[in-house]
Design a protein around this ligand. Structure first.
Ligand SMILES: *Cc1c(COP(=O)(O)O)cnc(C)c1O
Length: 415
């Protein structure tokens, strides 16, 4: 987002005019930022065969998936529905990694029939997969290296109590199953959680994976998951991707030499690719002075952006409509009947009724975590590409809320 001649623009498009044209609230994404993020990450691992599998639960609009496919990305999916959206977006089945947790074996069978790359994170499932497919269909194994990573227990998935992955301590049991069913294990995977800061944590996990990998002869890739920390506010320490890239590339090359073959190195970033490319634009409905603070009440809330309430996440806020206004302190709150504070004690250019506020870092886990709570409609989504704003999802209408409801009284009167 840039401030040019008193107007905020994104990808060359005036942001306030996006809210005027498409209405608010509205999610806006900048294609050029997503592409830049992809290229930066991809370019950080020099000398190794890196594959990026976009973790599409972060933002699942089919146009975003297509955009990343054009860049050469694959997909990481956590449900059969995500995978089917990926297929619709044009990904080949084997470019889609299916990494579910606690799904039925039927869902894994369906994924296998679709030709997806299968990632198994539970021993009984591995055994069932072996019994059904033997060595006919390869699969990847998700290991839990038990590395504590990330600042929030909701998004830290590598710890000892985590439901994700098969414990690295159960490797002997895994190997017994693999041997018994002659399973072809084509990859090993770990994803320790979001917000990993430094190369050291990655390398600790990587070393565990390298050691385990020596026990599997058919490997084609190692998948180090994600957890790249992005900047939410000034002064945030973020993952130094170039530093991680250098160190991991070096250790990976050494591993491949020891393994005897060059493998692919996979990552599955979500946030890193799309977080800073997205903004949620909301309109100020009321400015309410109370005894202790000034509330700016907006036409959105936790139904459209739940990260502040769910993860205590900080989303920077800019008043697009009054860039020259004096700074004052506000609590920006939503219209939902719950406490839904989007930003607490924020210094904003004076906020007036009707102003458009932009919530930053709304690209990842923004729209994809929206709900219809309070029977509110989901916002529209707009993609800015080559200097033009394109509507990529219509705003919901009341009929959408009623579409799947079955009105018993209507049925009774028909009978
Ligand atoms: C959510 C998830 C990711 C992406 O995490 P980010 O923090 O958004 O980069 C990657 N891999 C798996 C298996 C996930 O569940």
């Amino acid at each position: 987002m840039n401030l040019q001649k008193g107007r905020y623009t994104l990808g060359g498009v005036d942001l306030e005019s996006v809210a005027e044209r498409f209405g608010s609230p509205v999610y806006v994404y900048d294609a050029s930022q997503i592409i830049a993020n992809y290229k930066k990450l991809k370019g950080a691992f020099k000398g190794v065969d890196v594959k990026i599998k976009y973790a599409c639960k972060a933002l699942t609009n089919i146009n975003i998936l297509r955009l990343l496919r054009e860049q050469g990305s694959g997909l990481d999916t956590v449900s059969i529905e995500e995978a089917k959206i990926g297929l619709k977006a044009g990904f080949a089945p084997d470019e889609i990694l299916f990494t579910p947790n606690s799904v039925s074996f039927e869902e894994i069978e369906e994924a296998t029939e679709l030709g997806l790359a299968i990632n198994i994170d539970e021993l009984n499932t591995l055994e069932a997969f072996g019994a059904k497919y033997g060595n006919k269909i390869p699969c990847c194994i998700r290991l839990n290296p038990h590395i504590m990573a990330g600042g929030n227990t909701h998004i830290s998935v590598g710890h000892i109590d985590s439901k994700f992955g098969i414990s690295i301590y159960q490797l002997p049991h895994i190997l017994r199953i693999v041997k018994h069913y002659d399973l072809k294990i084509n990859g090993l995977h770990m994803h320790t959680g979001s917000d990993i800061l430094d190369a050291e944590v990655f390398l600790r996990g990587a070393n565990l994976l390298y050691n385990a990998a020596m026990e599997f002869k058919d490997l084609e890739f190692l998948d180090f998951g994600s957890g790249f920390k992005v900047k939410y506010k000034e002064g945030d320490v973020t993952t130094d991707v170039d530093d991680i890239g250098k160190q991991i590339a070096k250790s990976f090359k050494e591993f491949c030499k020891e393994y005897g073959r060059d493998l692919e190195l996979w990552f599955e970033p979500g946030k890193y690719l799309v977080s800073d490319a997205g903004y949620l634009l909301v309109k100020v409905n009321v400015v309410k002075q109370t005894t202790s603070t000034v509330f700016a009440g907006v036409n959105s809330g936790q139904n459209h952006l739940i990260r502040p309430m769910l993860y205590d996440a900080y989303h920077h806020i800019t008043n697009l409509s009054n860039p020259k206004g004096n700074k004052r302190i506000y609590s920006v709150v939503g219209y939902i009947c719950e406490s839904d504070t989007l930003g607490y004690d924020r210094k904003l250019n004076e906020v007036r009724v009707g102003d458009i506020l932009a919530l930053h870092n709304a690209g990842a886990y923004g729209f994809s975590m929206t709900s219809n709570y309070n029977s509110r409609l989901r916002p529209a989504e707009v993609l800015i590409r080559d200097g033009e704003a394109h509507l990529i999802r219509k705003r919901e209408v009341l009929e959408d809320l009623l579409a799947n409801q079955i009105d018993l009284s209507a049925g009774a009167s028909q009978a």
